[in-house]
Design a protein around this ligand. Structure first.
Ligand SMILES: [Zn+2]
Length: 162
């Protein structure tokens, strides 16, 4: 808020484990931004050179937020709770594996088509859902016309263009 120490994240979340990781992921972004928010760096240059690295920092903090020593330290888990490590690792793997086709396929290819190939406005939604099917196997239950732009509902598309 003050380009210094007043940091905030406006989020619509529920009080549960899933959103806890997301909250810490977003704080990871914020604290990474803070590392280069110094008077020597002009405000316009206070963004990461590569957003993949920024996501990695957010993901690192999000993953750390689920570690038992951290949870015990902040009082969210009783000390010496017995945790099934296999289940915890499987959950963590599934959280990230499903993002790979989206992050490395749907999103990047849509932006490539949008910016490098000048994707026509009347093909935005069609192309978005072609990529969703190709990379994620996700199809719409019914057609959605070009009066919608479902890609624009993603913050990584509307707020963090490549
Ligand atoms: Zn992120």
């Amino acid at each position: 808020m003050d380009n210094a120490d007043d940091v905030r994240s406006l989020m619509n979340v529920e009080l549960n484990t899933r959103w806890w990781g997301t909250v810490l992921h977003e704080l990871g972004h914020i604290y990474y931004y803070k590392t280069y928010s110094t008077p020597e760096v002009p405000i316009i240059l206070r963004g990461g050179a590569n957003r993949a690295y920024h996501e990695a920092m957010g993901t690192l903090i999000g993953m750390a937020s689920m570690q038992q020593p951290f949870l015990e330290g902040v009082g969210l888990m009783p000390k010496n709770t017995e945790v099934d490590e296999t289940q915890a690792l499987l959950k963590e793997a599934l959280d990230y594996i499903v993002l790979i086709p989206w992050g490395a396929g749907v999103m990047t290819e849509f932006e490539h088509d949008l910016y490098s190939k000048n994707l026509p406005l009347d093909e935005f939604n069609k192309r978005w859902w072609e990529l969703k099917k190709q990379y994620q196997g996700i199809v719409l239950p019914a057609d959605r016309g070009e009066e919608y732009c479902d890609a624009a509902s993603k913050t990584h598309i509307n707020n963090d263009a490549a």
